[in-house]
Design a protein around this ligand. Sequence first.
Ligand code: C2E
Ligand code: MG
Ligand code: MG
Length: 266
Amino acid sequence: MDRIKQALDDREFVLYYQPKVNMRTGVVIGAEALIRWQHPEQGLLPPAAFLPLVANHAMAIEIGDWVLATAMTQIESWKSAGLTLPVSVNIDAIQLEQVDFVARLRKQLAAHPGVVGGDLELEVLETSALQDIDHVSSVILACHEMGVGFALDDFGTGYSSLTYLKRLRVALLKIDQSFVRDMLDDPDDLAILQGVIGLAAAFKREVIAEGVETVAHGTALLQLGCELAQGYGIARPMPPEQMPAWVTSWKPDVLWCALPLLVSEA
Ligand code: C2E
Ligand code: MG
Ligand code: MG
């Protein structure tokens, strides 16, 4: 824990950003901020190597505050370089549980005048959103008033309860990458995807697939009516300075562009 605190003080944490796109229209809709530890001896460490060490600890809140502040600074600096790109930030359950979560977020937004609510989206794990549904749904509403959207991350790995979905006014469901990865081979995962996409449509929520690793995954998702995606097949998480050039040059795969529009959308 001391080492993590030191890493925070020594500015060894960095944020990488992974683009989120519309595979059909070719619009880059945003980027997800993903923390990394630039460890002086061990190199670039993924979150799985250090976030579990701070689970349920106040240090997770400190890291979360740093992530939010850093993402907001990044939004401002991209804007001054001519790129307006909404950023999604992962929010730890313990951070979300803070009674003053909304007040702190409001204060951070005020400290970053270049950032408007619509530039920011918060991702909470479906499993953590369910821990205290009254609190979480009130946080979602308060954030909504500030223009800050919410996404349910790793959707499908929790209860995916319709009652909860009704009460959690999240705009976006992020289909867990485990279902996406195996959708081409596993009929059960394909059925889950179809179910989640149908659920999202019925509840008028947007849906994004994570873990789109190949063109074939993207094609299958488009055929199911899911246009939004994120994954190695589109871009790996990258340091922020690479993003402007990537956004300028990215084009959806020609196979995706050749697909007919779904009847419901035409
Ligand atoms: P997540 O929020 O579901 O983020 C997606 C993870 O999947 C990222 O891993 C990303 O690099 C990876 N990914 C993206 N596309 C693909 C793909 O096509 N194939 C595969 N196999 N993986 C893909 P990463 O960066 O290692 O992060 C893992 C988890 O750590 C995140 O899952 C999130 O729950 C957590 N995390 C990351 N950054 C933060 C943070 O700043 N704060 C908090 N509280 N949690 C974070
Ligand atoms: Mg996420
Ligand atoms: Mg996820």
